[in-house]
Ligand binder design. Structure first.
Ligand code: ATP
Ligand code: MG
Length: 376
């Protein structure tokens, strides 16, 4: 990453590869949920933001004056675009349900943008919006989305706690945040020592040390956490604002019931980095490692080494391989490999040629092992 301003980053070759892998995983799960991908505009009309009442209440909104006299909102979220869009596609209950998602750069004028990728002024987000005819249908989808989210975080190697938080139009008037325990987090949650119960301290009526209100067995512990994702039912708020309605089976007009579901793609990178890194550098899980293998070539001008390298690369033609063939000391190459944190390292050297094998070491293991190329 390269910092341009507080909270504003450019993605360099390795960081970009991680971001793309994060996006591919999230996209796969959103499609499994039935979501259809779109890409909405980042410039949003001021009139829509006035309609929802958020032009003056969304505290981190970037308001962008045009030299032609108009003003825009620089998209921090997309209810103001997706609801008018959905309105054009919905007439009857037969058009429902459906869900749309995008993976896009968002802009928020955050007052404190000091935690790297965790809190950007410009950052990546996947946002999905679901549209339903009935509250029951929304609730069923919401539950499926919650489970799908847990699968996503699992793929990143993250243990996310489903945490009750403020927001949500229906039933319990709560939303759910996906909290990853980390001291780098800005949120505090109360989590049960025994079951899955967790609440954001912002809304909790409990305090640490209390008995768990859900299982009664565990005690509530206070933990720092990163909000990696957030889902909530928004009911009919924006449907009313933009008159997004459908005619039901009896021909009666009803407002569309909606939910929204966010994950910070760039915040995921920061979270994974915080959770897994060690004193030598980054430790990427295989799922988002910028390359599958980091091949460290030592004694590169040796013909035997070149032959073994060629054999390896032929074998690995379907993998993403980063080759360090620089004219550098072995120690410098190994410490760079640790710093970059690619999940698997392979050493090709005179020594490995002598053994007729290559050395494979996972970034999260202390020792490597010699393996025949055919075994890899
Ligand atoms: P926070 O409470 O951390 O400010 P939020 O509740 O405003 O976030 P949402 O509007 O629900 O966030 O956005 C969905 C997701 O986008 C969040 O769960 C988070 O992962 C990510 N996100 C939100 N704001 C930022 C930011 N400034 N930088 C990076 N990621 C962010
Ligand atoms: Mg939040």
């Amino acid at each position: 990453m390269h910092q341009e301003l507080a909270g504003v980053y450019s993605f360099l070759p390795l960081g970009l590869r991680v971001l793309r892998k994060v996006e591919v995983i999230i996209r796969k799960h959103m499609e499994a949920l039935g979501g259809q991908e779109i890409l909405m505009s980042a410039l949003e009309p001021k009139a829509n933001w006035e309609k929802t009442g958020r032009w003056n209440t969304f505290d981190v909104l970037f308001k962008l004056p045009s030299q032609h006299g108009t003003e825009y909102a620089l998209g921090p979220s997309h209810e103001e675009i997706v609801f008018p869009l959905a309105k054009e596609k919905i007439e009857s209950y037969k058009d429902l349900p459906f869900s749309l998602f995008q993976i896009q750069t968002k802009f928020r004028d955050e007052p404190r943008a000091k935690s790297g990728l965790m809190r950007g002024r410009e950052f990546g987000m996947k946002d999905l919006y679901s549209f339903h005819a009935t509250k029951e249908d929304l609730e069923a989808f919401y539950e499926r989305a919650k489970q799908q989210y847990l699968l996503i975080f699992k793929e990143f190697g993250l243990d996310a706690k489903v945490t009750e938080a403020s927001g949500g139009a229906f039933s319990k008037k709560i939303s759910h945040e996906f909290m990853v325990l980390s001291d780098a987090g800005e949120d505090n949650i109360l989590a049960c020592s025994s079951c899955t119960f967790a609440q954001n301290t912002e809304i909790s009526k409990h305090k640490k040390g209390d008995d768990c209100p859900k299982c009664g067995k565990g005690k509530l512990e206070e933990k720092k956490a990163v909000e990696a994702g957030n889902i909530f039912d928004i009911g009919i708020k924006y449907s009313e604002d933009f008159d997004v309605s459908f005619s039901d089976a009896q021909g009666k007009k009803q407002f569309v019931i909606a939910g929204c579901y966010g994950i910070g793609t760039s915040r995921i990178i920061g979270t994974v980095a915080e959770v897994f890194s060690d004193d030598k550098g980054l430790v990427w899980p295989e799922s988002v490692s910028p390359y599958d293998y980091h091949v460290v070539v030592l004694d590169g001008d040796d013909a035997g080494v070149q032959k073994q390298l060629d054999e390896l690369l032929t074998k690995f033609k379907d993998f993403d391989v980063l080759i360090d063939d620089r004219d550098e000391r072995a120690g410098a190459k190994f410490s760079d490999a640790d710093l970059i944190g690619i999940s698997k390292r392979i050493v090709v050297s005179k020594k490995t040629v002598g053994a007729g094998k290559v050395e494979l070491k996972k970034r999260n293991e202390a020792e490597g092992t010699l393996r025949a190329v055919n075994e890899l």
